[in-house]
Design a binder for this molecule. Structure first.
Ligand code: ADP
Ligand code: MG
Length: 412
């Protein structure tokens, strides 16, 4: 049996050294960067597929970050290099950045400058390089880490002053979401960027997507001191690749919108969990195969579980959230039908090895799963998951430790 592969986070010194070296290699003798900024990936504790239903999610910032070395320019040219896209210099003029006009990974970066300019902020061109220890495409939001690192860099080099307080950070969240939705073309909610810019060390961030809330009101810190509780959050990147995922996301979204319309509510957030049975019965005539009922049941119960999870950790009872995590996974697997064999395997193996709770995290169909474990059981649980993957003949997963960590900011 093989041993678990640990995906370590970098110290800020290491991240800064990497991007300063890369900046010198990419831009040669052309001078040094103005500074180094970084932003974390995120992991969602609970509250999945709730954001587009006006519901609640509870992410934390990972210790794994994306680092950017950036230097402003006096023209409107953007030149970008990435250690994750070696040999490629991504180039554009800000004047040419618009929805549908740019492609490739630089769209996430240039999109942030575009969105800030749309908000009326003075934005110039820049030279930048990035490097990251956030796993790509693992449901841990390397895309938001990239956008948010760039956002705080442009905030400081452009003297916008937004990163200085939570209200300004909420405005940066909005800009990063627009970059991802409108320029990179990925239809995601705002949880990822909110976590990367607004979740703090030792805390989770309650992200409330209820329509009509201001950007500031949509994020509330929740103390989540795992270490003090003797607990560790283990993240398992399953490295599973699944086709046809995009269509599934759009289909779930459309189903929820249809259910809300049939029920006469703005979003499924407005369904009272205490009246779930009546609500599902009302859908019956429109729902011969029961699919609508199962989707609605997931969303309504998941929002309720997220509120209860928040209440428990806010009361210092983090060691009691395990059953909520397991119920969340079961609901995502059976009612929402977005789990995958690899995710179920992590959950089953972790629970059998003594995890307090475990669930898939992120949108599903692959990506990552989490397990909440007593600090002294981390190696046992990781080994059990590794063994289960070996026995099933699956590609080896990656393991991360995820203490709730610091948000985007200046690094060096
Ligand atoms: P996730 O956010 O779950 O990691 P996404 O598909 O949303 O997955 O985002 C991954 C995409 O973000 C990559 O395909 C790439 O285009 C871009 N990206 C993220 N980090 C970097 C990086 N360090 N360098 C270049 N591109 C990056
Ligand atoms: Mg993403």
């Amino acid at each position: 049996m093989s041993t678990p592969e640990w995906l370590e986070s970098w110290s800020d010194d290491e991240g800064a050294r990497r991007v300063r070296d890369l900046f010198a290699r990419v831009f040669g003798d052309d001078g040094a960067p103005d500074g180094v900024w970084s932003a974390p990936g995120r992991v969602n504790l609970i509250g999945e597929h709730t954001d587009y239903n006006g519901g609640l999610a509870l992410p934390t910032a990972l210790p794994h970050r994306t680092y950017v070395a950036l230097r402003h320019r006096d023209d409107d040219v953007v030149r970008l290099g990435s250690a994750q896209a070696p040999g490629e210099l991504w180039t554009a003029r800000l004047a040419d950045v618009a929805p549908g006009a740019v492609t490739g990974w630089g769209a996430y970066v240039a999109g942030v400058a575009w969105a800030l300019a749309q908000d009326g902020h003075p934005v110039r061109g820049f030279d930048a390089v990035v490097d990251s220890c956030v796993p790509f495409g693992a449901g841990l939001s390397s895309s938001a880490a990239l956008e948010c690192a760039v956002a705080v860099a442009l905030d400081e080099t452009g003297d916008l002053g937004l990163a200085a307080d939570d209200a300004g950070r909420a405005a940066l969240v909005t800009a990063c979401v627009r970059a991802e939705n409108e320029i990179a073309g990925a239809p995601t909610g705002g949880m990822d960027q909110a976590a990367s810019l607004r979740a703090t060390a030792g805390h989770a961030l309650l992200v409330d997507s209820r329509p009509g809330l201001s950007a500031l009101e949509s994020g509330t810190p929740v103390p989540f001191d795992l270490a003090a509780a003797g607990l560790t959050l283990l993240v398992v990147d399953t490295r599973a690749e699944h086709a046809l995922v995009d269509g599934q996301y759009a289909e779930r979204r459309a189903t929820c919108e249809r259910a809300a319309a049939l029920l006469g509510v703005e979003t499924l957030r407005d369904v009272d969990p205490a009246r779930l049975d009546e609500t599902l019965a009302a859908l019956g005539p429109h729902d011969p195969d029961g699919v609508l009922a199962r989707r609605v049941r997931h969303v309504v119960t998941e929002i309720d579980r997220t509120a209860r999870f928040r209440d428990l950790v806010a009361a210092g009872r983090a060691d009691e959230v395990g059953p909520l995590m397991v119920a969340s996974h079961t609901s995502l697997r059976d009612d929402y039908e977005v789990s995958a064999r690899e995710l179920d395997l992590v959950v089953d193996a972790a629970l059998a090895a003594g995890a307090l709770g475990a669930r898939m995290t992120g949108g599903g169909f692959g990506g990552s799963a989490i397990a909440l474990v007593r600090a002294d059981a981390v190696d046992t649980v990781a080994a059990a998951v590794q063994d289960a993957f070996d026995a099933a003949g699956l590609r080896a997963p990656g393991f991360l430790l995820a203490p709730p960590s610091a948000p985007a900011g200046r690094t060096a």
